[in-house]
Design a protein around this ligand. Structure first.
Ligand code: ZN
Length: 154
């Protein structure tokens, strides 16, 4: 990462990269997925334990560049205690932010604001989104399964 990122954003990213959150494996989980970003070589594994519709705990293991690891760490930090609907909302806000679109202030993105600088480097956007697409794909798959089992019992 030799491109000049805004200093503050870079400090936040590097802090998450050095001390990633959510590294404790979960004994029980309801959502699990793995994802890759072949363009950069990033690999991620995510497990989520739910309590009702809310995220009780999360495990994120990401091996890759500073942006993918930091993004995964921020994801682990922000989604704890959030409902799956809120998690989907946050994922959409981040996608919009990385496209340079205006985003609502409905949910405080906290450290995730630091990813804003990544939009200046289009090849890095996939690194920043890897953890989010990996998680959201699994959430959607879980919801689709629930819908199928609900309609089959009708
Ligand atoms: Zn990467």
């Amino acid at each position: 990462m030799s491109e000049p990122l805004d200093d503050l954003y870079r400090d936040i990213l590097m802090e998450h990269y050095r001390f990633p959150r959510g590294r404790k494996k979960l004994d029980h989980f309801h959502i699990h997925n793995e994802g890759q970003n072949p363009a950069c070589g990033d690999e991620i594994e995510i497990s989520v334990e739910l309590e009702g519709e809310k995220v009780k705990d999360i495990y994120v293991s990401c091996m890759g560049c500073a942006i993918s690891v930091a993004s995964g760490s921020m994801l682990a930090e922000i989604i704890k205690g959030k409902s799956l609907d809120e998690v989907k909302k946050i994922a959409n806000m981040i996608k919009s932010m990385l496209k340079g679109e205006e985003i609502s202030k409905e949910i405080d993105l906290g450290d995730l604001e630091a990813l804003r600088g990544v939009r200046k480097f289009p090849v890095r956007i996939k690194c920043a989104l890897l953890s989010w697409t990996t998680l959201i794909d699994a959430v959607m798959a879980k919801e689709a399964r629930q819908k199928t089992s609900a309609s089959s019992t009708e």
